[in-house]
Write a protein that binds this ligand. Sequence first.
Ligand SMILES: *Cc1c(COP(=O)(O)O)cnc(C)c1O
Length: 411
Amino acid sequence: MAYFSIQGIQLTSLAKDFGTPLYVYDADKIREKISVLRGSFQGFPLSIKYACKANTNLAILRLMRANNVDLDVVSPQELELGLLAGYEGSQITFTPSGVDFTEIEFAVSKGAMVNLDNLSVLEKFGQAYGSSVPCLIRIKPHVFGGGNSKIMTAHPESKFGISIHQKEEILDIVGRYGMKVAGLHQHTGSDIKDGKTFQQAATALFDFAKDFKDLDIIDLGGGFKVPYSPEDPGVNMQEVGGMMSQAFLDFCAAYGRPLRLWIEPGKFLVSEAGTFLTQATVVKRDPVKTFLGINTGLNHLIRPMMYGSYHYIFNASNANDVEKESYRVVGNICETDTFSFDFEGNQNERALSIVKEGDIIAMANAGAYGFTMASHYNARFLPAEVLIDGGKARIIRVRETMEDLIRNQRD
Ligand SMILES: *Cc1c(COP(=O)(O)O)cnc(C)c1O
């Protein structure tokens, strides 16, 4: 699965031109994923609401916008980034979790649609806007789905959404304030491959929706799993999209009129488009194991340590795939910051083409939840970002300097 170039540009020359650590994104790959998604849902107009917490670089948001992909945001700042990227407020959905009502008011003032996820905020929304501003309601369907417990969002103990068992309370509030519920939403979790999980969640939401008479929108969320290696395939989008489409059309027929279907993929659109380029700083031949140290750490890519996530790792400076050595790939942060995990979420060793210090070590699937989860821990700079489009590489976020670390500090 190792690849040595993107759109004809060598990874090693990207590392040389822009330095490391470096996030590199392939615009063609993002466009390809958008078209796979569109092609998988048939029989009605589909709105794709990119869950932009996966990657909020303005260049990526503009690319989405140019391809008629709307936005799902989870903070006022993501909303502002969307507006800066050229979106209209009405193309943005705000799906926060347990936020202060001032954030909701801000989103409404920008014309964004708001997704309400608890009874308290539903009540406040009713008091503030009555029937004048339509809203969406996020339902927790009590469905288990997601790559691991930290990324499951619809099971009974999840903090997200209003429990499907609180329909009476919801209807009571909606009735009291004459609220216009334009849509119902659910998002099951992330890294979901099994079509049955999507089906269960959709069925629960459709069943719930029968009692809401003003609906225009059904929002089935995101969470479509991407492939992390050839042995670990992603969701069969054609199959899952076809199944969800049919279930949606059946629901519309029963509901009595056509509605609009929204989905909110994050990872599916951008994960595979990203490659994280780092440099080997040390090969440490310890009596117990051989460590490969690289010039980055969990401050720049936290998914392995946070979720036990698998990233395919390869030596971009050595194409010899016969002579290999096993390394535990680790970062340079003063924490245990291992990058090499197996599919069960355990730290492991990876067979890489023999590494010399200075070689470029690449990680795949770095386009989603990579840069956006990066921090300044250990007072290190954030990585730079590059977008490759039309066979050309351009910098879309410059490397930081000391000035960035101290800008907001005061004596
Ligand atoms: C994070 C999130 C998504 C996207 O999840 P992916 O696994 O990246 O597809 C979609 N909807 C909501 C509400 C989210 O919070």
